[in-house]
Design a binder for this molecule. Structure first.
Ligand code: 13P
Ligand code: SF4
Length: 304
């Protein structure tokens, strides 16, 4: 922590001067999550926080699609991204042409798009979802066939919970969560009996089926807080366990984890530079933002 302290102090001072707020995702490194985040949470919590802030500037400590969502919800505010290379394999997997292709394949079916997408993909969709509210949103839609994009695994995990609906999906995936296999989980359980295994729903369905619980990053935190298992393996990005371990000293977090190279592009140095130079400012064309806002707002109204 000593090496981080000067950056944390400088960022927090500059944040007050700029009337800025820092929205930090659960996958940020602990020095960002604990040191400078004003709001920390999963994608849904950060999107809702973006609608409630009275700061003039939002610094998004997360990935690019999260900053776009904040801008879409706050067209009048300055939204800063400390590293524009912080992308997401899911967001890269689909374009508006992909949405049009799915609509042509399944005429009349509503399109539910994961927030892990670009603004123009959201604008081409009917409603957004996050991993925290996907089941709720699918259940609430008055349609027998529903298109889910772009995460095939989230779609399949939701389909398992809502068997009364036909869910069709795009073939995108998260490079972090797709790496886990059911065999990994079975072996881990065999070698570490009694460990609670908790998976993010971006994992393949057979991995989720082998786990004790599946939920968004907030869902994972809530589960650990409520259950207080002696030992837990979080089948998700590495920082998740690091960030929540301080508050849960009685839980031993064990097991392998996978790192998101995009999330890890955000560092204290880049956040400080971002606030100092007021770069890089996120912009979304008004026509795209207006349409995308409808899809995001519908999600917030229906699924929060
Ligand atoms: P959460 O909404 O669960 O925080 O997930 C976001 C994400 O990018 C997970 O990979
Ligand atoms: Fe995208 Fe996966 Fe990284 Fe989340 S963890 S930002 S879904 S690549």
């Amino acid at each position: 922590w000593a090496i981080h302290a000067p950056y944390v102090a400088a960022i927090n001072a500059l944040k007050r001067k700029r009337n800025a707020t820092i929205l930090a995702h659960n996958y940020m490194t602990p020095e960002i999550y604990h040191g400078i985040g004003d709001v920390v949470g999963d994608s849904l919590q950060l999107a809702i926080a973006a609608t409630q802030t009275d700061a003039d500037v939002i610094v998004q400590c997360g990935v690019h699609f999260m900053a776009e969502t904040s801008k879409i919800l706050n067209p009048g505010k300055t939204v800063l991204m400390p590293d524009m290379q912080a992308g997401c394999s899911l967001a890269e997997s689909i374009t508006p042409a992909g949405i049009a292709e799915m609509r042509a394949r399944y005429p009349g079916a509503p399109v539910v798009t994961y927030v892990n997408t670009t603004a123009d993909v959201k604008a081409a969709s009917d409603i957004c979802c996050t991993s925290a509210n996907a089941v709720q949103i699918i259940r609430a839609l008055d349609a027998d066939t529903i298109i889910m994009t772009p995460d095939q695994y989230l779609a399949q995990n939701v389909a398992a919970q809502v068997p009364e609906k036909r869910i069709v999906w795009w073939e995108g995936s998260c490079i972090v969560h797709e790496q886990y296999t059911a065999q990994d989980i079975r072996e881990f359980r065999e070698w570490n009996p009694g460990t609670r295994i908790i998976a993010h729903p971006e994992c393949p369905p057979d991995v989720v089926a082998e786990s004790d619980f599946s939920g968004s990053t907030k869902g994972i935190l809530d589960y650990v807080s409520a259950e207080r298992p002696e030992r837990a393996m979080l089948v998700t990005e590495c920082s998740m366990a690091s960030n929540i371990s301080d508050a849960h000293p009685d839980v031993e977090f064990i097991g392998p984890c996978n790192m998101c190279p995009y999330m890890k592009k955000i560092t204290l140095e880049k956040v400080l530079w971002s606030l100092h130079s007021m770069t890089t400012e996120i912009t979304v064309p008004k026509d795209v933002a207006d349409k995308a806002r409808l899809a995001v707002q519908r999600m917030i109204d229906l699924g929060s």
